[in-house]
Design a protein around this ligand. Structure first.
Ligand SMILES: [Fe+2]
Ligand SMILES: [Fe+2]
Length: 285
């Protein structure tokens, strides 16, 4: 089977998760310059579970505001349109992908912990370097491996092959895919993101997160997600050396030089932030 056929097959899966309605509406509204805070607030308020999640998020230590934010319009004023949109996207996507059955042995909770770690690290790296919007980077980090979930839910046999190779010969998921499948999780995730009409920069960051391509529309975002992923995979708390950087692309190493050099200094604080983000995003209601 070649990549084309595989991705076509992906399009024909009837129960492939569709983007939740609220995300589609919020995305549409934000493309319209005229959208008011009141209108956006109204759409979000149609989903009460979402309202309480967003309010919990903006009032959590994660954002660190002193005064209590009581309603969605207030949250939009404080955080801005984009950040509220990104919070809606993050909460919806985790919910959409968490319910279904997965390949046995694939720990979905572990998967989301990794994704949230990469999201928080991406946000941190973008704040430090000021190369891209921290909240856009957060979403890109959260979604970078989403293709793995699709594989584990809908291509169990393929997933099984890769999983076996990861467990038995200790190869990385990405290396095993290269050997065994017509496509990898990055291409699958990007295909889904395209279908969902996500921004090109996000699609590119998903597609090339293992192998940087210099010609993408937003190289900064890609470099941030790529570096965050390598750090999340390799760095261990308490270690005073920088991670084995063999998995980090030379261009990313050049751009992220300062951040990579000082990991032992800043990582403990970020590890705490990752914990509180997991607590918020992954805790079942
Ligand atoms: Fe990946
Ligand atoms: Fe990853």
């Amino acid at each position: 089977m070649d990549a084309q056929t595989f991705l076509k097959g992906l399009d024909n899966i009837p129960d492939l998760p569709s983007l939740p309605n609220i995300v589609i509406k919020v995305n549409q509204m934000l493309q319209d310059q005229e959208t008011s805070i009141k209108e956006l607030g109204k759409i979000i308020e149609t989903d009460q579970a979402m309202v309480s999640k967003i309010l919990r998020l903006v009032n959590s230590a994660f954002y660190g505001f002193r005064s209590k934010i009581r309603n969605i319009p207030h949250a939009i004023i404080i955080l801005g349109f984009n950040n509220v949109r990104n919070a809606v996207v993050s909460v919806s996507i985790i919910k959409t992908f968490s319910g279904k059955k997965h390949f046995e042995g694939f720990e979905i909770a572990e998967f989301w912990r990794h994704s949230v770690a990469v999201a928080v690290l991406s946000r941190y790296l973008s704040e430090q370097t000021r190369l891209d919007s921290p909240d856009d980077c957060f979403v890109a980090g959260l979604l970078h491996d989403i293709g793995k979930v699709v594989l584990s839910q809908h291509f169990t046999a393929f997933f099984g092959l890769v999983w076996k190779s990861v467990k038995e010969d200790g190869s990385s998921f990405y290396e095993a895919e290269k050997k065994l499948l017509p496509v990898n999780h990055a291409q699958i995730g990007a295909h889904l993101a395209k279908k969902w009409r996500f921004p090109v920069s996000l699609i590119d960051s998903i597609t090339y997160h293992h192998k940087i391509r210099n010609t993408v529309s937003n190289l900064s975002q890609l470099v941030i997600v790529h570096t965050a992923n390598s750090i999340a995979n390799k760095y261990e708390v308490g270690s005073d050396t920088i991670p084995d950087s063999s998995t980090i692309d030379p261009e990313a190493k050049r751009i992220m030089f300062r951040q990579l050099e000082t990991i032992p200094e800043w990582f403990p604080d970020i590890a705490t932030e990752i914990e509180s983000a997991c607590e918020f995003f992954l805790k079942q209601e």
